[in-house]
Design a protein around this ligand. Sequence first.
Ligand SMILES: *Cc1c(COP(=O)(O)O)cnc(C)c1O
Length: 398
Amino acid sequence: MNEQTSTPLTPPERRWAWIEIDREAIRTNLKTMRKCIGPDTAILTVVKADGYGHGAVEVARVALSAGSKYLGVANVSEGIELREAGIEAPLIILSEPPASSVQALIHYDLVPAVCTTEFALALGEAASAAGVIAPYHLKVDTGMNRLGVHYSDAGDFLRSLSFHEGLELQGTFTHFATADTADSFSVQVQLERFERALETIRYMGMDPGTVHAANSAAAIRYKRSRFDMVRIGVAAYGLHPSPATRELLPLQPAMRVLARVTLIKPVPLGEGVSYGYTYRSPGGVEIATIPIGYGDGLSRMLSNKMNVLVEGHSYQQVGTISMDMCMFEVSTRPDISSVRNAQLSAERRPVEYGSEVVIVGRSGNLEITLDELAAQMGTINYDMACMFGRRLERVYCN
Ligand SMILES: *Cc1c(COP(=O)(O)O)cnc(C)c1O
């Protein structure tokens, strides 16, 4: 192996499709959230699903440097990944893991959500055997009806565990079903049930520890939901959880999805392009290929329905999106409007081999957002970010 081949390549050098993550945007969003919630409420940054596709380890580091005190993940594997990367901050697993994971939880200092006696006892036994006390957060179900101890049973549940010397209640929390929707009545109902559970716990002489309920949408919209700590996921990444939060504060998307043109060629009138010929050339066009497809999160459902941007100009994606590639159409006809308004319109430079293509993000005065792609697919920006994060490699900037 000579010197040159042993030089490490960055993702855009290895492959002409990648995502760019703007660390400064994440810092700014967390500062914006801090301003919104005030100085007295702690922030837990949710980095589950590989940081919503943004890279859990890197996002965790940025979030901690921006004043987030806790991290939240969805499962034990995600917790171990952060610990193995050297992250020592308090780490909460937001749902109750399998009872068979208790040794790992203790070994890696991961704090689980608890909602069953079976799991709690397994955790307590393992902790006692190891000569430590295992902290946990009680998950209270106040109406999501997914996970948790029913709100009217929370006090009794805790009392049944209070004898256990291997367990320590470090926090009590719930999760809202409708904080991102117009249904604020249901949020109020969940809040009241949660407050009642907390009251009972205190009345029974126990300390609920750190109390938390709000996700991004609730933290922004409902002051009363903030308690001791808020759990911020999507807003940290610069995405709005709901149209309602858009008017309340500015957020900066941290993810851009990029590719480079690997081939561009004229395709004559009537020729079909890609699987199934869902598009045929109208003539006077070149077809540009980029190496990004549904295997990278660019869903096949977007075929012939989306645009891409090159140097501030928009181009229609055409043909069925395949697993690793897709195509877009570049007109070779003279642009009448730019001839007529020669001074007004920006000069359109040719798309060529190696041109940078923006699939998500800003390019000149134009922008394609995860929200737009999500709307076309009948899903939400969270889903889109996770999908793009699975195979595309990341470049961090700022
Ligand atoms: C994912 C998650 C969050 C974060 O929600 P966002 O809407 O992304 O802010 C908060 N709490 C729990 C329990 C979660 O699972």
